[in-house]
Structure formats: C-alpha cells, structure tokens
Write a protein that binds this ligand. Structure first.
Ligand code: 8YV
Length: 319
C-alpha cells in the first residue's frame, strides 16, 4: 500500500511523476487554501502533506489536521510559515528543502543588485516606449557595482553564495549574523557583531536572513537612515524583514539610489505604491524559480517523505 499524500500546490512534471509513482496522491485543483487542504487531508485520509509557504501551518491548522497525517514536507527552504513548536508538540514531522535552491536564489539576489544599480527597469521602460531621444552623457546614470562594499545580513548558505558572486565583481564584503563564520567560510568578509554599526559601511545592502518574529521590520526608518546617502538596497529573502513605508520614504527622498525586491510583506497582493517607484526593480518571489531548482526542491521534499515512510533518518526534519 502506498502512503496517502495530498499535494497542496502544483509542482513540476518530474516531481509529479515520482510522487504519483510512490504515493497515493490527491492532486490540487489550483493552490489549496487552508480550509481546502484540511478538507482534502480528511477526505483522502492522508498520511502526509506536500506543501509550500503558501499554506501556513499555524498552531490552529496543525491542531485541525486529521490524526492520520504524520509528516508535512514543505517544498521551500524557509519555514517561517510553520509553527515548528506546535508541530513538535503534536508529533508532526515537518521538513524543508535546504541547499538545493542556494545558487538560484543567490543568482536572483545578484541580478537585483545589478538591475537596481544599473536602472534596468527604467531602461527597459525607455526601450518599450520606443527610445527616440538620445541621452546626454550626464543622463540616466546608475551606480557602479565593481569595487563597492556589499553588506550582507545573514551569512548562511545563500548569503555566502551571494558573497561568492560579489567577489567576482571585486566587491568588499561585510556581514552581520549571530556569530562570525570560520575563516574558510568567511573568505575575507569582515564581520560586524552589531548590525547597526555595519550599515554606514554598506554601499549596497542585501538581506539573506530568515523571516520570523525576531527580525520583523529590521529594515525600518532608523536602519535605512544609517545606510550611506545613495546606497542600494536588495531583499530577496522575506518581506517581513522590511518596513515598506520606510523603504518607500527612503527611495522617494533619494536617500536610497535604488532598490530591488523579490519578497514583499503581502504576497501576491503586494503594496502597489512600490510599483510606482521607477528606481525599484521588482520580481514576484522568483528566487528558486528555475526548472532545475524546482525539480531538485521537489525531489528533496520527496526524499524526506521516502525516508520517513521507510523508517530512516529524515535529513531535513525541523525538530
Ligand atoms: C519558494 C522560498 O518559491 O524556499 C523558499 O523559502 O521562498 C521559495 O523558494 C516558496 O517558498 C514557495 O512558495
């Protein structure tokens, strides 16, 4: 008998094929909301849930899961949508998918650094409007990337992968995290024990910290104000890290030269005032969105389910 699984949100074909081969899978009709997922888990008498950050596994939702569900595998590295303590208390194994999306997420963060600095959104708009007026050599100037000091909040796998890319651009790297990295991982990056003290040094700042209560709104009027005049800000991590009113003020006042966002406080219904700021480069939470990475994420989630149902060690268990 195959374990019974519900899939709450569509994933790529190779992952579906493996899932349907090995699990009695209930497929979603679109993306399931919480009520639909709970009803599906009950009607399918599910042993497991394959989900993503679109489904919030709150204490309340975990309590409402039918007793048959013993594992929930999230197809994401972030797990701020999961109440891990409540899952543990209920004996529900919860897993994520680290490592496999590091490179693609770092690529997208670096793309935001380049696009924000080089005013790609405004340049694209000029081309789309037909570009009929030549520019003086003093117009449409961006910010040079090479040689700049890049500040990284969060020097985990993704932060380090961004640093690796930045070294190729001759950038100096400063970082803040809860503790300094060993030299072989820091690779010459300078550690700041106090985040605020790092900010005045950051000509470009990129966030790679997890979401969750502790860092909520860590970028606010005060911390944006500590960045040097003309700094560039990028967030491809979690929207909750940023006070978006303060970001809008910092861009409108010209304190920030430009910014790039792949993560928003409200997704998908992001604050449309952000859309109207021309020097803000925007993408709709696409860090891991390549075919290769989405296959690897799906396989990693299935590896966790397979291990659980085979009674083996579950490598990405969150407790
Ligand atoms: C996912 C992400 O696309 O892995 C994460 O934490 O933010 C993205 O890779 C997202 O979680 C799926 O909704």
């Amino acid at each position: 008998m195959k374990p019974r699984l519900i899939l709450t949100r569509m994933v790529v074909a190779p992952v579906i094929a493996r899932m349907q081969r090995d699990y009695d899978t209930l497929m979603p009709d679109g993306t399931m909301d919480t009520a639909t997922a709970l009803a599906a888990a009950r009607s399918h008498n599910a042993d497991a849930i394959f989900f993503s950050s679109k489904l919030k596994l709150t204490q309340e939702t975990i309590a409402a899961l039918p007793g048959s569900v013993r594992i929930a595998a999230s197809c994401s590295v972030g797990y701020d949508h999961i109440d891990v303590a409540a899952a543990r208390a209920r004996g529900l194994v919860v897993t994520n998918t680290p490592e496999v999306l590091t490179d693609c997420t770092a690529d997208l963060a670096f793309l935001h650094i380049l696009c924000a600095c080089r005013r790609v959104r405004e340049n694209m708009a000029i081309m789309e409007q037909g570009w009929r007026r030549g520019f003086g050599m003093d117009e449409m100037l961006g910010t040079r990337v090479a040689g700049k000091t890049l500040g990284i909040l969060g020097m985990g796998r993704i932060g380090r992968a961004v640093a690796q890319r930045a070294r190729g651009f001759g950038m100096k790297i400063v970082y803040h995290d809860v503790a300094p990295l060993p030299d072989e991982l820091a690779q010459g990056a300078t550690y700041f024990p106090a985040f605020r003290e790092m900010l005045p040094h950051c000509q470009i700042l990129t966030l790679h910290a997890p979401g969750g209560a502790g860092l909520n709104g860590i970028m606010n009027a005060e911390t944006f104000g500590l960045l040097p005049q003309g700094a560039v800000f990028v967030n491809a991590a979690r929207g909750a890290l940023v006070d978006e009113d303060a970001l809008i003020d910092a861009l409108r006042s010209g304190h920030l030269a430009a910014a790039g966002l792949d993560a928003f406080r409200n997704e998908p219904a992001y604050d449309l005032r952000l859309r109207d700021i021309p020097n803000l480069f925007l993408t709709p939470h696409m860090g891991s969105a390549t075919m290769e990475t989405r296959i690897a994420m799906g396989y990693r989630a299935l590896d966790n389910l397979d291990a659980f149902f085979a009674g083996r060690h579950v490598q990405d268990s969150l407790w």
